[in-house]
Ligand binder design. Structure first.
Ligand code: ACM
Length: 385
C-alpha cells in the first residue's frame, strides 16, 4: 500500500462515496460538494505534510448495497484505507463489515439513530442525545404531546422513532400514529397518510422521511392546507437542501433540529458559506450534512498532519480528541466513542428557505450514542447538556 508510506511525495489517496444520482442525491450531492471544497482548500494551501489529497470517488446511485461493493473496491483495488461517505444508515451498515474486515476508516457525516460504535468509523453527524432530545422537549413545550410518526422504511427511521417513543412515554406524551413508506415513495403515496393525519389530528408530525420523499411529504401536506403554526412537521433530516427542492413556501413554518444551519453566526461559518457559494453558485445553500462533510475532511487533515500516515491505527490515535473550529462552532472527536461532540440547535424554516434559529445549546454537547448519561428512560428529555 504505497500511499501509507511516510517517506514519499506521492499524493494521499482518499475514498469518497456519496450518491450523486438517484433519490438520495438531493442531499448527498451537497455532501460530495462539502467534501470536495475541503479537499480543494487543503490542496490550495499546500496539501498535508506537503502532499496533495487525491480523491477516488464513486457514485453508488442511491443503492445501499452498492456502497458495500464500492467500499470493497476502494480498499482492495484502489488501495485506499480512508473513506468519506454515506448518508443513509443502511448504506453505512453495508460499508461497516468492509472497513471492519479490512481495517479501514469510514468518516460518516450524517445524523443517525445511535446505538453503534465501531473502531473503524468516525461519526461526525448527530446521534439522538444531540438532536432528538431537544426536539422532543421543544415540541412538547410548544405544540403538545400527541405525536404522529411518518418515516421512510429502513433502519434509521424505525430506530429513531423507537428513541422518540421512549422520550415521549417518559415525559407523558404518546404516539398516535406510525406509518412508513418506501424510500422510493412518490407524491401519491403520502396522500393516505395526510388523510390519516387530518382524521387523527395529532399535535405534531415527526418525520423521518429522507431524500426525495421529503419533498413529496411536505408538498402533500401543503396541498391540503394544514397550518404549520398549529401542527408542524418536525424533523431531524429536513435541511436547506430538501427545502429548496420542495419550494420555500412549502417548507415555511416547519421545524428541524440540527447541529448546523446556514444562518448561524460566526466567522468560521461566514467563510464556509462564502466559499461554498463561490464554488457552487450563489443560489445554493449550505446545510448540516454539507457542513459535517466539510469539517470532517478538515479534521482528518489536521490529524493526518500529526500522523503523517494513513495507517488506520496511527491515524485514529491522532483523530481521537482532535478539535476543529467548524462552521457550527468548535467540535471534538470524543475518544470514548469515536463520535463527535456537536452543537444542538432548533430551527424553523422561513420564506427564504433558511432556518430561523429558535433554540441552541451553549456549547458542543457530548456525544452519547447509547444514551448512557440519560438513562434508558431519558427522563430529562431535551436538556441540551
Ligand atoms: C440516516 O439514515 N442516518 C439519516
Amino acid at each position: 500500500m504505497a500511499n501509507l508510506s511516510q517517506e514519499t511525495s506521492a499524493p494521499w489517496r482518499i475514498g469518497i462515496l456519496f450518491s450523486r444520482t438517484g433519490f438520495m442525491s438531493v442531499i448527498e450531492e451537497t455532501q460530495y460538494q462539502g467534501t470536495l471544497l475541503a479537499v480543494e482548500e487543503i490542496n490550495a494551501a499546500g496539501g498535508v505534510c506537503g502532499r496533495e489529497l487525491v480523491p477516488v470517488a464513486y457514485d453508488p446511485g442511491s443503492d445501499s448495497l452498492a456502497y458495500g461493493h464500492y467500499a470493497k473496491r476502494l480498499m482492495i483495488e484502489d488501495e485506499v484505507s480512508t473513506i468519506f461517505g454515506c448518508y443513509t444508515s443502511s448504506s453505512r451498515k453495508a460499508v461497516l463489515p468492509v472497513v471492519e474486515r479490512l481495517n479501514g476508516l469510514l468518516w460518516y457525516p450524517t445524523l443517525y439513530e445511535g446505538f453503534e460504535a465501531s473502531p473503524n468509523v468516525i461519526y461526525t453527524g448527530a446521534s439522538p442525545n444531540q438532536n432528538s432530545l431537544a426536539l422532543c422537549r421543544h415540541l412538547m413545550d410548544n405544540y403538545g404531546s400527541r405525536f404522529y410518526f411518518v418515516g421512510s422504511d429502513y433502519i434509521y427511521p424505525r430506530e429513531s422513532n423507537r428513541v422518540m417513543r421512549e422520550l415521549l412515554k417518559a415525559n407523558g406524551g404518546s404516539v398516535v400514529g406510525e406509518r412508513y413508506v418506501s424510500v422510493h415513495a412518490r407524491w401519491q403515496d403520502f396522500l393516505p397518510i395526510i388523510q390519516d393525519i387530518r382524521r387523527i389530528r395529532p399535535d405534531v408530525i415527526f418525520s423521518t422521511v429522507v431524500g426525495e420523499g421529503t419533498v413529496y411529504l411536505y408538498q402533500a401536506y401543503a396541498n391540503v392546507g394544514i397550518d404549520p403554526r398549529r401542527m408542524p412537521i418536525a424533523s431531524l433530516t429536513t435541511t436547506e437542501a430538501e427545502i429548496a427542492a420542495m419550494g420555500f413556501d412549502v417548507g415555511e413554518g416547519h421545524i428541524t433540529a440540527a447541529s448546523y444551519f446556514q444562518g448561524i453566526e460566526g466567522s468560521a461559518n461566514s467563510a464556509f458559506v462564502r466559499q461554498f457559494k463561490k464554488r457552487y453558485g450563489s443560489d445554493v445553500s449550505t446545510n448540516m450534512c454539507a457542513e459535517a462533510s466539510y469539517f470532517q475532511l478538515r479534521l482528518f487533515a489536521k490529524a493526518l498532519e500529526q500522523a503523517n500516515s494513513l495507517d488506520t491505527e496511527v491515524l485514529r490515535a491522532m483523530v481521537f480528541g482532535t478539535s476543529y473550529d467548524a462552521p457550527q462552532g468548535a467540535v471534538t472527536v470524543n475518544p470514548m466513542s469515536g463520535h463527535t461532540d456537536l452543537w444542538t440547535r432548533i430551527g424553523r424554516a422561513n420564506r427564504q428557505g433558511q432556518f430561523d434559529i429558535i433554540n441552541q445549546s451553549q456549547e458542543a454537547v457530548h456525544a452519547d450514542p447509547f444514551l448512557i448519561g440519560y438513562g434508558r428512560a431519558t427522563a430529562q428529555a431535551g436538556h441540551a447538556q
